[in-house]
Design a protein around this ligand. Structure first.
Ligand code: SF4
Ligand code: FES
Length: 396
């Protein structure tokens, strides 16, 4: 009979769990779940070798093992520390950890601009969440911050180097998922940066996954930039038969009405991709008809995205057809003809670039042409129509 593997007992924040040998403290905490799980900005379950770069997952080892009841003198990173039998770990129960984590956040924010109001990652940014939960109100840093120009990495990815926290996740994606890695972190210390050396385009079928693993807004999807805020979009689970070896074809569609604004891989409760997807699924399949839509995505993670979530909501009773005796409200309320609001021809996800007012001015000009070819009642005439209909209702 095969010998059963001995399980190791570890206690994290007074909760004991049994894990296999070789499990890290972070993975053990994830088995417990909830608030005892340390935040992780660089560790990524699916990427071999990740972890050990950001220091956000620090914990206190209060007892090293059943045999060695002394703790470790310094805080340890939970993503790279293996569990020992009888180990006692403190995360949220340790004031030392809480203080150190504040320091780590302050350090990460030294060079990270407070771009959230204009950053596409806002609402799903790990650093934003981390600074809300563990950050301090101000900064003590008085020196010049490092800045970098924005760079296009290929035609679909924009790199904002000043937002990068040098977690290496995108480098591991390129190393482990694609045939050829053409980028990496060059230079060291204050000058360290993600670079393709000669700004060579990263051109391979899985490069878009770098966007998904980036914990901040350093790598963003150029087909989605400035198109919408994530909390206005509804994530839907969808899949398609994808011929690419290595692509699961299982995605999250970020929709508003029937428009698909972006396609991403599905992420689990730790914000990590469940299975990687190819660039064709990500960039080329932006029609709802390209996908088999399974239903609204369950957001288990604490996130602003879940604020706008609508699973289990009760739809209010539709009273308009009842009040109007079966007539559709569109008869009276289609305002496209008398207002430039909600221009039906402007498909936000199709606008090539940011949705700024000049774009709408352009669209408004086109709308003027459209209106000429669709003569409809002016405002007074529309009001007359409404009045007549209401009089008709009253006299019934
Ligand atoms: S670009 Fe993003 S994923 Fe890559 S090292 Fe910087 S923060 Fe990490
Ligand atoms: S997640 Fe452990 S050091 Fe970054």
């Amino acid at each position: 009979m095969a010998e059963e593997k001995k399980k190791l007992k570890v206690t994290i924040d007074d909760i004991t769990v049994e894990v296999d040998p070789g499990t890290t403290v972070l993975q053990a905490a994830r088995q417990i779940g909830g608030e005892v799980v340390p935040p992780a900005m660089c560790y990524y379950g699916k990427l071999e070798g990740s972890g050990g770069k950001c220091r956000t997952c620090l914990v206190e080892i209060a007892q090293t093992s059943a045999e060695n009841t002394r703790g470790m003198p310094k805080l340890q990173i939970s993503c790279r520390t293996n569990v020992m039998d009888g180990m006692v770990v403190k995360n949220i129960t340790s004031p030392k950890v809480m203080k150190a984590r504040k320091g780590v956040v302050e350090l990460l924010l030294i060079n990270h601009p407070l771009d959230c109001p204009i950053c596409d990652q806002a609402g799903e940014c790990d650093l934003q969440d981390l600074s809300y939960e563990h950050g301090v109100d101000g900064t003590r840093y008085e020196f010049k911050r490092r800045t970098f120009p924005m760079i296009d990495i290929g035609d679909k990815i924009k790199l904002h180097m000043k937002r990068c926290i040098l977690c290496y996740r995108c480098v591991y994606v390129a190393q482990q998922l694609t045939d050829q890695r053409v980028h990496g972190i060059i230079d060291r210390g204050d000058g360290a940066q993600i670079s393709t050396y000669i700004h060579k385009a990263i051109d391979n079928d899985f490069s878009g996954n770098m966007i998904d693993v980036c914990p901040v807004g350093a790598l963003t999807d150029k087909t989605f930039r400035f198109k919408n805020r994530v909390w206005f979009l509804k994530p839907m689970d969808a899949h398609r038969e994808c011929g690419h070896p290595g692509c699961s074809g299982k995605v999250a569609l970020w929709m508003r009405g029937k428009e698909v604004f972006r396609v991403t891989a599905r992420k689990n409760e730790w914000g990590e991709v469940e299975s990687f997807i190819c660039n064709e699924c990500r960039y080329e399949k932006k029609e709802a008809s390209d996908w088999v839509i399974e239903g609204p995505r369950k957001i288990s993670r604490h996130s602003v995205i879940s604020q706008g979530h609508y699973v289990g909501t009760v739809k209010p009773k539709e009273i308009m057809p009842e009040v109007m005796k079966g007539r559709q409200p569109q008869l009276l309320m289609n305002i496209h003809s008398i207002s430039q609001v909600n221009m039906p021809d402007v498909d936000l996800s199709e606008i090539n670039g940011p949705a700024t007012s000049p774009v709408f001015d352009e669209a408004a000009k086109e709308m003027g042409e459209w209106k000429k070819s669709h003569p409809l009642p002016d405002e007074t005439a529309a009001n007359d129509v409404v009045r007549k209909l209401m009089d008709g209702e009253k006299n019934k």
